[in-house]
Every structure is written in C-alpha cells, then in structure tokens.
Write a protein that binds this ligand. Structure first.
Ligand SMILES: [Zn+2]
Length: 171
C-alpha cells in the first residue's frame, strides 16, 4: 500500500473495505472503520485509530471550549464589535449585532435591552435633529423662492401698474 494524498477523509473507497477495527473487542460497524491514509496503521475506528490521536485531542479540546463557553459569564461587546454610530444605518447594524450577541449568549439580556433602549433614544434624537435640519432647509428654500418671485414681479412691472389694474376692473 503506497501512501496517497487524501487530506479530507480517510476514505475506504480505495478498494479495501475493512470489516473490523484492529483493536480487540471493538465491535464498531464496519462502515465506521477507518483506513490510515498513510498505510502505516491497521484499520481502526475513530476512537482506536492511532493516526488520529491529534484529531481526537482537538475534538476533546473543542468540547472543552464549548463547555467553558457555557460556564463563562457574558463577555459583552466592544466598540470594535459594534462599529461607529453616526447614521440610522449604523444604529440598525448595531441593533442586529446586539440581537445576534444576545441570541448566541455573548451578551446578557439585561445589557442587551439597555443597549437597545439607548439605540432607540439615539434614533429618536437623530430623527428630530434631521427633521429640524430638513425643515430649516425647506424654509430657506421657500424664502429664496419667494425672493425670486418678488424680484421677477418687480422686473415685469416697474412701479405701480395702473393700466393693469384698470384693465382688470373693466368687464
Ligand atoms: Zn475501535
């Protein structure tokens, strides 16, 4: 058996179908028996495969980290997590991040509801500031248009136009 490069799964689709784990007394089903891709060790199940020692250690560690995460208190979010808050879109993004963090257990619900309430206030304040700015802009535009209309009217009729008035009063 030559060593072949099979980085993903130690497949048993190479013509060899091992029936048994090489460890005595292990009676795993034959479809769970793995083949050493390097051809060094006898076929074995995941638990007994000598060439999978590192993988087993890793999976134990992953399980350990998961457990640790469950026991750990909330870590809260950093400004890096949230990004800046300058526009309503930022607020929307922050709300989404806060919701996700709460759902995944990174953020406690108490902190989340405070944070969301603060975002809500920010949005309201932002909205009224934006509205005020928009209103001022519109007022300025209306004033500018009024001034234009007035200038145009004066240009068309320099001085009091008696002719215009008299013509209009006739039937
Ligand atoms: Zn086994």
């Amino acid at each position: 058996m030559t060593a072949s490069v099979e980085p993903t799964t130690p497949s048993n689709g190479k013509g060899i179908t091992p029936k048994r784990c090489s460890t005595a007394g292990c009676n795993v089903p034959s479809d769970l028996v793995l083949v050493d891709p390097a051809g060094v060790f006898e076929p074995a199940c995941f638990t007994h495969a000598e060439w999978l020692e590192d993988e087993r250690a890793l999976s134990r560690r992953k399980g350990g980290l998961k457990l640790l995460g469950k026991l750990r208190r909330f870590t809260f979010l950093t400004v890096d997590d949230l990004g800046e808050l300058a526009t309503p879109e930022d607020a929307q993004r922050r709300a989404q991040i806060i919701c996700d963090a709460t759902a995944t257990g990174k953020l406690g619900s108490a902190a989340a509801s405070v944070a969301l309430k603060a975002l809500e206030s920010w949005l309201k304040a932002h909205e009224s500031v934006a509205l005020e700015r928009r209103l001022a802009e519109l007022e300025a535009r209306v004033a500018e248009r009024d001034a234009q209309t007035e200038r145009a009217r004066r240009a068309r009729a320099p001085g009091p136009s008696t002719e215009y008035l008299s013509r209009q009063s006739k039937p």
